[in-house]
Design a protein around this ligand. Structure first.
Ligand SMILES: [Zn+2]
Length: 410
């Protein structure tokens, strides 16, 4: 068996062992600061120790495996998250800890001019508390202490869950790191989309994590009898909404990298024999470049107004949420691409439409992400799957990347 195949086999072993620690039911359910979280930590620790790392846990519940560097040397941060969504997959998060651990094991004997910390964050998904990314936010100094009072569906506050887990939430502000001592953060993650698989590529380099904005749209017209009001005299809000849905799709199809979605639509009165008098809908826009996203938001707001005017409707379109894009570091992207090419891939560049730990780490240091091909683009689902050969290739790329960064004395 060659080295890449061995990496793939070892990755499958660890993924299976970690996935077995789950609430009952299909797929993986591992909430932060839960019994499952507590039970998975000794396994992650074993995996880190197997890679020669010394393991500790910080006040945010982040498990940290550290590989020493020369005195005063900077540190390179690697990792991802332990938690899942409810009935999620085995790869999302966990894989981003397993693969670098295997790479660090492979280069155990090699000397590097920097230290490495492998981080396993407690809560990325936000599936238990209405907040997320606490681990990286604590390191970046952007964690809002007021979030500690947020409650899970059982009424347990984040503060209480952490305290019960043996953590000291009051120590969170002290976790803030000095960016001067940090080379960067590199995360690998299942793509959660179909792009790499469609192109026959195992691995990809993330250019940016898309920014997101959301709008609430309300169209108001006149509810009326479907049999008595002639077509020319109607103020049909659903027909107007349909035009806007088509405009949203056309804008995104015609703009490189732009994604736009009408995901929710509510029709009133919503009966078979009435002209709809009101429609509430959402518009979500994502793009790797903020200017592209904002231009789309403005253009679609104008389009909504034009469509409403032409049909005698009233429209209210309000931006309810906005989150800026996170560009990945150009130098780390090039280094990742070169390492992927050395392992036989192309180093295809693509944007991430989903948020990751990297989004919060970008407030601390340069970030980069490697994506792994995902079967049928399925994720946040028990059917999520990444082939062993893809994972093996990713471990090989990590070893190349770390060795080369070492040789360059970064
Ligand atoms: Zn994830």
């Amino acid at each position: 068996m060659n080295e890449t195949a061995e990496f793939g086999r070892a990755a499958v072993d660890w993924i299976d062992r970690l996935a077995a620690v789950s609430e009952p039911g299909p797929g993986v359910t591992r909430m932060p600061f839960s019994d499952e979280h507590r039970r998975v930590l000794p396994l992650v620790q074993e995996m880190m120790e197997d890679a020669g790392l010394s393991v500790s846990m910080d006040a945010a519940g982040t498990l940290i495996g550290r590989r020493k560097g020369p005195a005063g040397a900077p540190v390179l941060l690697l990792g991802s998250h332990q938690d899942s969504v409810r009935q999620g997959g085995a790869y999302d998060g966990a894989m981003g800890v397993v693969l670098p651990a295997l790479a660090l094991k492979a280069i155990r004997g090699e000397e590097l001019p920097f230290a490495i910390e492998l981080l396993c964050f407690a809560d990325e998904e936000g599936a238990r508390f209405p907040t997320a990314l606490m681990g990286p936010r604590a390191l970046a100094g952007t964690f809002d202490m007021a979030s500690l009072e947020l409650k899970d569906p059982d009424g347990i506050s984040l503060r209480r869950a952490m305290t019960d887990f043996g953590l000291e939430p009051e120590e969170l502000p002290g976790l803030k790191r000095d960016p001067a001592g940090i080379i960067g953060w590199i995360e690998c993650h299942i793509e959660q989309g179909p792009v790499l698989e469609a192109e026959g590529e195992a691995l990809g380099v993330v250019t940016a994590i898309c920014g997101i904005e959301r709008h609430a749209v309300r169209l108001t017209g006149q509810a009326a009898h479907a049999g008595t009001v002639p077509m020319a005299l109607r103020r049909d809000t659903l027909a107007g909404a349909a035009e806007l849905v088509a405009a949203v799709e056309a804008r995104a199809r015609g703009t490189d990298g732009l994604l736009a979605t009408v995901g929710a639509l509510r029709v009133q009165p919503g009966v078979v024999n009435a002209v709809p008098g009101a429609v509430d809908m959402t518009v979500e826009i994502r793009a790797p470049e903020d200017a592209v996203r904002e231009a789309a938001g403005t253009a679609l707001t104008d389009a909504a107004r034009r469509i409403a005017d032409a049909r005698g409707l009233e429209v209210e379109m309000t931006r309810t949420y906005a989150q800026a894009a996170t560009p990945c570091d150009a130098g780390l992207q090039d280094a990742l691409e070169a390492a992927i090419r050395a392992s036989g891939g192309e180093g295809r560049r693509l944007a991430s439409g989903a948020t990751h730990d990297s989004s919060a780490m970008a407030d601390l240091c340069p970030v980069a992400m490697m994506f792994l091909a995902c079967r049928d683009g399925v994720s946040h689902n028990p059917a999520e799957y990444c082939p062993p050969e893809v994972m093996g290739q990713a471990v090989a790329a990590y070893t190349t990347l770390l060795s080369r960064m070492g040789a360059e004395g970064r």
